[in-house]
Design a protein around this ligand. Sequence first.
Ligand code: ADP
Ligand code: MG
Ligand code: MG
Length: 250
Amino acid sequence: MLEVKDLHVSVDGKEILKGLSLTVNAGEVHAIMGPNGAGKSTLSSVIAGKDGYEVTAGSITFEGRDVLEMEIEERARAGLLLGFQYPVEIPGVKNIYLLKAALNAQRAARGEGEIPAPEFMKLVKEKLAFMKMDPSFLQRAVNEGFSGGEKKRNEILQMLVLEPRLAMLDEIDSGLDIDALKVVAEGVNSLRSEERAVLMVTHYQRLLDYIVPDKVHVLLDGRIVKSGDKDLALELESRGYEWVQEESAA
Ligand code: ADP
Ligand code: MG
Ligand code: MG
């Protein structure tokens, strides 16, 4: 589904990703772990098409298409979605309008008409209930006055409504109490299917107790230096990253 090959990315002339390769197949959940500043957020941002990143070498393909040739909106329509692509507060724009606009843009790209209002309300209410969110959320401006946990839930709500082919989640666990973490994890788990894949960036193993990944990768200094299954995350939790660094340098 997603193939990243020997990717080199610079920000402001500084090389951040230094030959990163990664393959994600449909149906899989991958976790990217690594210390602060390793380049984890850079990777998902580049895949999603955010501004400010210069790809100097390598390739990214998604279902055979050259992602680097696609505009950010095209990527979203193709089903590549990074949570919180709208991370900022958008004063005055109600959550429900953003959700509907995003869904209709996706439908238009598939040659489908706008979703009928009753159908949309039914869909959103079902997903809200699943995320244990109050319906008043829909009427609030995007992220305005949202707590950290509310933002995360909202991010997953967006994913549940848009049903991306590849859902990318960056530090979805940061700042969540255990109850919120469980709700968020249930939301992500409900996205799992044969046609979809999930790429999660996380610092902590704790999240992976609730969202069990098929593959775990260690990103160190701009490269994936080790891959394994969920046990690798446990090993990182107990041993840190230094041994991986030494192993990869040897
Ligand atoms: P991680 O998510 O693994 O903590 P990031 O991808 O956020 O790492 O950042 C990797 C490196 O790139 C860091 O050294 C960071 O300071 C730098 N970096 C990221 N984004 C920018 C930017 N917009 N401008 C300058 N430096 C950046
Ligand atoms: Mg960072
Ligand atoms: Mg980061």
